[in-house]
Design a protein around this ligand. Structure first.
Ligand SMILES: [Zn+2]
Length: 388
């Protein structure tokens, strides 16, 4: 993490201001310094949080892993400067090896492969599915010009700070950072492996292990927030939207699927599932996968289904209107998306849409009229905050 992000942070326990209470190790990339091992501290409730492998762990104490708690204790013992000042003596500074693009990709693939374990797949089709996801996450997830182009239509002015909720492997955020050149780039994610992958991809992204429903960032200090393919995995998604509105000035929110579209691609891959209560949809889903011979069994489907929450566009917009103006940017996004070289899914259909403008316009108009577009892309312009 870079030291410049500290004034933006707040305590996940009490919302107090965060300071650096000890630096044990730093790394140098070219001339830029990053803290890789250290201790953050809340000025109000006096809780300490570790920075491990360059990633601050800003979660409530009960949410930290035993290893993270142990690091907090160890770092506190090493950090001799006490709570109020930064230890400058005895800091280890390591010069980071710079990787070329090929080495970076190989390193990222190794990490993702260890996490996904395609060789453990129970069927060939399952293995193909995992390999497809793996390839996307390592090699294509930064091809996000379609998001940048859409955001550019609605975001005007200078961008000093950007944050992604559920930043994962960092592709989207890296693409935004390279276009807008913000001073501060933050990614909030709960998954430690994906956070490491994100840092390999783009070391100028400050990854924080934190919860999307309790973002450890101060109010109204982020110029622009993005969140993609994350909201549908947060049970308390309304709280996540409230957090996004609390800390940001503008936000680009995308999630899939729309509850009323009725087919879930990418999570459980089944029809009518988003409509139905989960108790009823699971047996139907198992039957659907059995007939198609996908190899996804009851246990795997139950896990996917229990981690996916279907949100209607109507409900998401209703929630966001509490905080500002909401613009549906599905049409703009689709126009840029069909022109992309890489498609994670629906590539041939998107090529068809690119060729047939009239069909495309009719399809977009119908989906929007019935509020059922399969992926939801919304832009939030927040009400201006009146400072006292
Ligand atoms: Zn605190």
């Amino acid at each position: 993490m870079q030291e410049i992000i500290v004034p933006y942070l707040q305590c996940p326990e009490c919302n107090g201001a965060i300071i650096i209470s000890g630096i044990i190790e730093k790394k140098l990339i070219n001339t830029e310094e990053f803290i890789t091992k250290g201790l953050l501290h809340c000025n109000q409730c006096h809780t300490s949080f570790p920075v491990i492998d360059g990633i601050p762990r800003l979660l409530r104490k009960k949410e930290l892993t035993p290893a993270e708690l142990q690091c907090t204790e160890e770092f506190s013992a090493i950090s001799t400067a006490g709570i109020s000042s930064i230890s400058t003596a005895g800091i280890i500074v390591k010069k980071e090896k710079t990787f070329n693009e090929k080495e970076k990709l190989a390193l990222m693939e190794k990490k993702v492969r260890q996490l996904f374990r395609p060789e453990k797949a129970v069927s060939h089709s399952m293995m193909k599915r995992i390999e497809h996801d793996l390839e996307y996450r390592v090699y294509h997830s930064d091809k996000k010009e379609k998001y940048v182009e859409t955001a550019k239509l609605y975001y005007k002015g200078d961008m000093q700070s950007i944050l992604e909720v559920g930043g994962g492997q960092g592709g989207t955020l890296s693409c935004f950072r390279k276009y807008f050149h913000p001073r501060i780039t933050l990614s909030i994610d709960i998954d430690p492996v994906m956070s490491e992958v994100c840092q390999i991809r783009d070391p100028f992204i400050n990854v924080i292990r934190a919860d999307g429903t309790n973002i450890p960032v101060k109010d109204n200090c982020i110029d622009f927030i993005i969140t993609t393919a994350t909201l549908e995995h947060i049970k308390e998604w309304k709280i996540c939207l409230r957090e996004i509105a609390r800390i940001s000035r503008n936000a680009f929110i995308s999630y899939s699927p729309n509850k009323w579209f009725g087919y879930d691609w990418g999570h459980v891959d089944g029809p009518v599932i988003p409509f139905l209560p989960k108790n009823y949809s699971l047996p139907l889903l198992c039957l659907w996968h059995k007939l198609r011979g996908t190899g996804r069994d009851y246990k795997a489907l139950k896990r996917s289904l229990s981690g996916t929450f279907y949100i209607s566009r109507y409900n998401a917009v209703k929630e966001l209107r509490k905080y500002g103006t909401v613009i549906n940017v599905f049409e703009n996004f689709l126009e840029y998306s069909i022109r992309s070289d890489y498609h994670y899914m629906g590539g041939s259909f998107k090529k068809f849409l690119l060729k047939h403008t009239l069909i495309r316009k009719i399809m977009i108009a119908l989906l929007l009229a019935f509020k059922v577009e399969p992926m939801v892309y919304l832009f939030l312009k927040k009400k201006p905050v009146i400072q006292k």
